[in-house]
Design a binder for this molecule. Structure first.
Ligand code: COA
Length: 415
């Protein structure tokens, strides 16, 4: 079966997490992704957080599936010529170097345009143009600068970063969309263009609702769905809302049976208005359904803490899965707090290809997250990540280099 991005060639200059997530997605959609790495070392994540000595780390293998790896010294004059040949052959160059690194290599936008006017040059940077544009940025810096950290955590504690990699993988996703959009526009214009996804912007985009709340707060001085109402004071900026749902339907994380020893024996419980009577019946507080202090969403707001405490008395008598089963019978929205162990073992995620077992020549079998985006006409087959330089000869031959030329370039240290 054909793939959505068949025929698209990506010159992948990415490393660490943000860029590699983007090019991995493009590879899963069928693009030929040629990852350029430094000879001898490669992407730094190959050796970071290793669990097996001298074997590519899971950090690397889980972000670089379905790619080919070539090693080129881009600072070597002959290496630069190989890179020029690649630029002429590819449709998209993706990079997430520190600001200015591509220019310092000699590959400015103007130079790339001279070589290939159809080339799309896509970059992840920490910040867009402005006071911080020259800064190097990693995941948690982006979470802090994009508004996620100041709005995450509990009001009586410090800002908190989330385990979801919204700065790196989130920006990689944004960049992938920018790239396919630019490819589509190129079918009309015939021209390439620059695509920029700044990590601060990507995080802020995902924190859009908090900028909404900032303006509501400034206008009204309060926000009724926040736990600070009515128990606390609002300051000038959006406060941390703990586990409040943030929408019109109040929610909270509640203990379940076994919470004393299992750190994930919890459930997220939403007191959705249309099922309020059912909630009252399930937890044995039938009288709340008609009590004017509890019967309507507005009346309940000042009592939310007590309401959740009462519901928790019920959830603590059930495991999170038992509670799920009972609550789902009544269409009461809720979700178990699943550990990574439980997720890894979940058969339905294996069935859909969201969790995949991959075999690797030096590491053996490992689990990875497959393509979360499913296309009916372009199914994803997850293939192992490449070894360092595994495809150098193959790609050089495709570029028209003879075996003698390849060996001379290798002797010169260019590849
Ligand atoms: N051959 C020769 N040199 C190479 C090369 C190759 N194949 N590939 C990269 N290099 C060089 C670059 O040219 C650069 O050299 P220079 O600084 O002399 O110009 C150098 O390697 C290092 O690149 P850099 O990107 O600065 O790496 P770093 O380890 O110092 O910084 C980051 C890492 C992530 C902080 C930085 O790349 C960054 O801020 N990226 C943008 C934001 C981002 O994506 N952050 C999230 C990472 S998950």
């Amino acid at each position: 079966m054909s793939k959505a991005l068949d025929g698209v060639r990506i010159l992948d200059f990415t490393h660490v997490q943000s860029g590699p997530t983007c090019t991995q997605l493009l590879a899963w959609f069928g693009a030929d992704v040629i990852k350029v790495e430094r000879a001898g070392a490669g992407d730094i994540t190959r050796e970071q957080l290793r669990d097996i000595p001298d074997v590519d780390s899971l950090y690397f293998t889980m972000l670089n599936h379905n790619k080919r790896s070539v090693t080129i010294d881009t600072k070597n004059p002959e290496g630069k010529l190989v890179l020029e040949a690649l630029i002429q052959k590819c449709d998209v160059l993706v990079e997430n170097f520190a600001p200015g690194a591509l220019d310092r290599m000699g590959f400015t936008w103007e130079r790339i345009q001279e070589l290939n006017p159809r080339m799309i040059v896509a970059s992840v940077k920490g910040f867009g143009p402005g006071p911080y544009e020259d800064c190097k940025v990693y995941e948690n810096v982006a979470q802090c600068a994009g508004g996620a950290a100041s709005t995450t955590g509990f009001d009586d504690g410090p800002p908190v970063v989330t385990g979801a990699q919204i700065g790196d993988s989130g920006t990689g996703l944004h960049l992938a969309l920018g790239i396919v959009t630019a490819l589509y526009q190129r079918t009309q214009t015939g021209r390439g263009q620059k695509v920029l996804a700044a990590m601060q912007d990507g995080v802020l985009n995902l924190c859009r609702v908090k900028l909404r709340d900032q303006q509501r707060l400034e206008r009204t001085g309060t926000m009724k769905e926040y736990p600070q109402y009515p128990n606390g004071m609002f300051g000038e900026a959006v406060p941390r809302a703990g586990n409040a749902s943030g929408g019109g339907q109040p929610g909270w994380i509640l203990k379940c049976k076994g919470w004393e020893t299992d750190p994930n024996a919890y459930i997220y419980f939403i007191t959705q208005a249309p099922v309020w009577t059912k909630i009252c019946n399930v937890i044995g507080k039938e009288e709340w359904a008609s009590d004017p202090d509890y019967a309507t969403p507005a009346a309940r707001l000042p009592h939310l803490k007590d309401i959740f405490a009462e519901i928790e008395r019920w959830t603590m008598t059930k495991t999170k899965f038992e509670a799920m089963q009972i609550l789902n019978r009544y269409d009461i929205p809720c979700g178990p707090i699943l550990s990574m162990k439980e997720i890894a073992e979940e058969p339905s995620l294996r069935k859909t290809g969201t969790i995949v077992e991959v075999d690797h020549p030096t590491r053996g079998k490992y689990l990875t997250v497959g393509n979360p985006i499913k296309l009916s006409d372009s199914p994803t087959e997850v293939k192992r990540s490449p070894l360092l330089g595994e495809h150098t000869d193959e790609v050089m031959t495709e570029l028209g280099y003879s075996p003698e030329q390849i060996s001379a370039l290798r002797t010169a240290g260019a590849i």
